[in-house]
Design a protein around this ligand. Structure first.
Ligand code: HPA
Ligand code: ZN
Length: 345
């Protein structure tokens, strides 16, 4: 394993910005900035219940996950055409590339669009075109993960999966998001069995607001390859031991957890304890347009609270590549770039 050289404290911020990293937990609809919401509303003739960008932004004061989701789904209602999904994906990938994100796995929520009469092809087509063009023009690699909304029924999820099947060549995995409390992973056991039978990796949000048992269910009943959030794992020592033993990655979203009141302040966040116990933690932005920052903003906020050394930051970046669904050859290439970047200090 690469030996991380000592990095002077004053050099660390530049290194953290420059080092290549992967983002594995980003809801593409959560990268819809207020300015783009207004631009798309105008382009598509959609009426918004806010007078201005500032009025909309000032509504972003969340008390829990549900208070955020209500606004997040309302914001997504301006997305109607293939070009809208393309513009959304392209804007995020350009922004991520600026933070030296080498690879991003994008969650998308088709049910919030198909319920409004938008076709699956429109959603997948626009996002996929953005991914292809961003790779060619910006050198950023990306993948698409279709998420089922857990507040909706199993039947609805199965219908969505059936709509997705003609597009499987452009879908790289499946996930589970939306309102966690009262919607356990067990509700989607059969849907995820079908996803896995289609040969796709699966992930699930668990242990963000929901109890540690939901993390166990995501692993045991859904076959989740990673746990999205998972920060409540610390409440169960046996579960933490299992995550370490099995090398289960957690896609942790620090600014999200503060904005949704999972933790009061960054200093209260459990990611340091999870890392110290050997859990494969990765850092991510979740819904950057709503939670105050993209990848490097999250890194900066964590560094301000925890003052990790270069070796810990190397571990976090390396974890992000190792936990991705990219090929072994791609992972090795990114890790070699990471090693070179850290070696140069
Ligand atoms: N949790 C659950 N569902 C979501 C989130 C989240 O943080 N962001 C967008 N959908
Ligand atoms: Zn999320």
């Amino acid at each position: 394993m690469f030996k991380v050289p000592p990095v002077p404290a004053q050099r660390l911020p530049a290194l953290l910005r420059a080092m290549p990293k992967a983002e594995l937990h980003i809801h593409i609809e959560g990268s819809l900035e207020p300015e783009m919401i207004f631009a798309l509303a105008q382009r598509n003739g959609v009426q918004l219940p806010y007078a201005s960008v500032e009025a909309l932004r000032s509504a972003y004061a969340f008390t829990d996950l549900q208070s955020f989701l209500d606004i997040y789904y309302a914001g997504a209602s301006v997305l109607l055409h293939e070009q809208d999904f393309y513009d959304l994906g392209r804007a995020y990938l350009a922004r991520a590339a600026m933070d030296n994100v080498a690879h991003a796995e994008l969650f998308f929520d088709p049910q919030t669009h198909t319920a409004r009469g938008v076709a699956m092809e429109t959603v997948v087509g626009g996002l996929h075109r953005a991914c292809v063009e961003a790779r060619a023009e910006l050198g950023i690699s990306s993948a698409l993960i279709l998420c089922f909304l857990r507040h909706l029924s199993e039947e609805d999820a199965f219908a969505t999966l059936a709509e997705a099947e003609p597009h499987l060549a452009r879908i790289d995995g499946f996930g589970l998001d939306s309102s966690e409390k009262g919607n356990p992973p067990s509700k989607f056991e059969r849907v995820f069995a079908r996803c896995r039978a289609l040969g796709k990796p699966v992930v699930a949000h668990a242990g963000e607001e929901g109890p540690p048992e939901y993390i166990g269910q995501a692993l045991d009943l859904l076959g989740s390859a990673r746990i999205d959030h998972g920060v409540r794992a610390l409440e169960d020592a046996g579960l933490v031991a299992r995550l370490v033993r099995e090398g289960v990655p957690l896609t942790v979203c620090p600014l999200s957890n503060i904005r949704l009141c999972v933790f009061k302040t960054m200093a209260d966040h459990t990611l340091g304890q999870l890392l110290a116990q050997g859990v494969k933690v990765t850092l991510n932005s979740d819904d950057p347009a709503y939670f105050g920052g993209y990848m490097n903003d999250n890194i900066r906020a964590v560094q301000a609270a925890f003052h990790f050394d270069a070796a810990t930051w190397y571990r976090l970046a390396r974890n992000s590549f190792e936990a991705s669904f990219a090929s072994d050859a791609e992972k090795s290439g990114w890790i070699a770039r990471l090693d070179a970047c850290v070696a140069a200090g």
